[in-house]
Write a protein that binds this ligand. Structure first.
Ligand code: G3D
Ligand code: MG
Length: 200
């Protein structure tokens, strides 16, 4: 009887689990964004002092629970030598967040190139894509209207998937909720193609 009840309890409290990759050039603000998402969606989470965030070597992991589902974020290092590791994670991911430093006009082309390479990979076919034009708190940055055409170039590869580009500031938290809420809907819509992992 206990086993039966325990099994039922487990069934009721189980959580669907999804994996979200956070990609982009080094210094785009990926780790700051992950901290902002954890702060917004985790009760009593104070967040890390942005000054304490250092360059990610390898992998940073964070988990939040939104609308009854668990999102595991993998913040992968963006430096050139780490980019080659990204595709090892594609098959297991349910969504991609691509972070752009809107203040770095010099590296926009470099960012576009690695974005193109990523989006062309068939292991990511159909996977929802959230593009974040980050650092909008700074003056004279490129807006979504300037950034979108740069990445529109990859329109064909973006193809048949949910895709949203929004302005955010990982530092102030502006736009963080909106993006995550959209992402959860997109992941659920795509869950027949990429089913969640069941976990308790
Ligand atoms: P990464 O993980 O993509 O490599 P980080 O990037 O999160 O480490 O951020 C790189 C730098 O950009 C950090 O500054 C961080 O504070 C800053 N940054 C991230 N997001 C924002 C933002 O929305 N607005 C502003 N103004 N700055 C941001 P430092 O000086 O520590 O290198
Ligand atoms: Mg980092």
């Amino acid at each position: 009887m206990y086993t039966l009840l325990y099994g039922f309890y487990k069934y009721l409290t189980r959580k669907e689990e999804y994996c979200v990759l956070i990609l982009g050039l080094d210094n785009a603000g990926k780790t700051t964004y992950l901290e902002a998402a954890k702060t917004k969606f985790t009760k009593n989470y104070k967040g890390m002092n942005p000054a304490k965030i250092t360059t990610t070597v390898g992998l940073n992991i964070g988990t939040i629970t939104v609308q009854g589902i668990k999102l595991n974020f993998w913040d992968l290092g963006g430096q050139m030598e780490l980019q080659s590791l990204w595709d090892k994670y594609y098959q297991e991911s349910h969504a991609v967040i691509y972070v752009i430093d809107s203040n770095d006009r010099d590296r926009m082309e470099e960012s576009r190139q690695i974005f193109d390479k990523m989006i062309k990979n068939h292991l990511l076919d159909g996977v929802p894509l959230l593009i974040l034009a980050n650092k909008q708190d700074l003056p004279d940055v490129m807006g979504v209207r300037d950034i979108k055409p740069v990445f529109q170039h990859s329109g064909a590869e973006i193809g048949r998937r949910d895709c949203l580009t929004i302005p955010i500031s990982a530092l102030t938290g502006e736009g963080v909720d909106e993006g995550i809420t959209w992402l959860v809907h997109a992941i659920k819509r795509n869950s027949l193609m990429r089913p969640p992992r069941e976990n308790d």
